[in-house]
Design a protein around this ligand. Sequence first.
Ligand code: SF4
Length: 386
Amino acid sequence: MELYIHIPFCSRKCEYCSFVSFPQSENRIPEYLETVLMEAEQRIREVTEPFTSVYIGGGTPSLILPSLLDSFIHHLKVILPLESIQEFTIESNPGTLTEDFIRTCIALGINRFSLGMQSADNGILKNLGRIHSYADVINSVRLLNQLNVNNYNLDLMFGIPSQTMEIWTDTLNKAISLKPAHISAYGLIPEEGTPLFRALQSGVTSLPSPDLERDMYDTALTMLEKAGYRQYEISNFARENRECIHNIGYWDQTPYMGLGVSAASMQIIGKTENGLNCVRKTNPETLDGYMLLVKNHESDRLHTDFISPEEARFETMMLALRMNRGISESRFFDLHRIHIDDCYGPSLKKMEENGLMIHQDASWKLTRRGMDIQNSILLDFMDYRG
Ligand code: SF4
């Protein structure tokens, strides 16, 4: 099982942000962390096996005071089985990461950091509403290196208003020169309700053209591969053995528990001849709604969706095809007790003929062209849901 903990606080809200995060106008972190511990206690019955990875995401987890983080994780370890953890990640904002915070994390067994660098261009960072500068990124990486942390990720973003190819290649070069173990490169998706979306709607700003955005992605593939980063998922690149275990577990449909505001959980409730029966639970999206639910001891009344064997098979395709290794026939059979050909055979064949998928080593994978149009490929699988 995997564990995700959501910390929904940020210094201020970025212009493009659609994550569940709230600007820190008053310090609600101590009360929030206490509530997360209560939630963990209330949901202990859902834990069927020791956790193998933990991911503290947000929001901005590096806003938590080191002494508070220390006491939170110590309490969490008493409640949940965390003794078999292989990977323990914490997300950090380069504008808030301190030496004291990193030292505390190391002492607690946190062995992976993920930094929201986004760009090396200070003008772009400012337009995005980020609180940090490129100098803060350099400083954060210097601190990590000084403290012998070598497993860290840098998040980068392309397709940003006013971002040229020159700015993007400069960001890639600077990120590579910082020698992270892992790089994530995401295309910006303007989400409705964000200030950026409104600015785009009103014509105050505009996105790079789709062709330029596609070129930016291609450039990232070429430059990162040349620098020794192997792509293992659409947006993720790693040095050898530095792939993110937690995220791979998610794409592999490993059961997970999510604690905190808006966090989702997935449990397998049964494997029958017909395949997997799963449930997905989601915590309330508002801080007060979440706090109230937990304080009233109603964590067992989370919003629950039942996932039928048919939906679980489609999710396997949707998640596994994000990864370069694709989906192996044996893995599909182990999960669903049905051969992949009996579910999606006609669709897979058609895509192979059209050069969108390849069948290799008893696995199905998307080709480079297939990756580009992954969404329409998934629609095809939806039509063929077996
Ligand atoms: S730091 Fe991340 S979570 Fe926080 S507001 Fe910015 S984009 Fe959203």
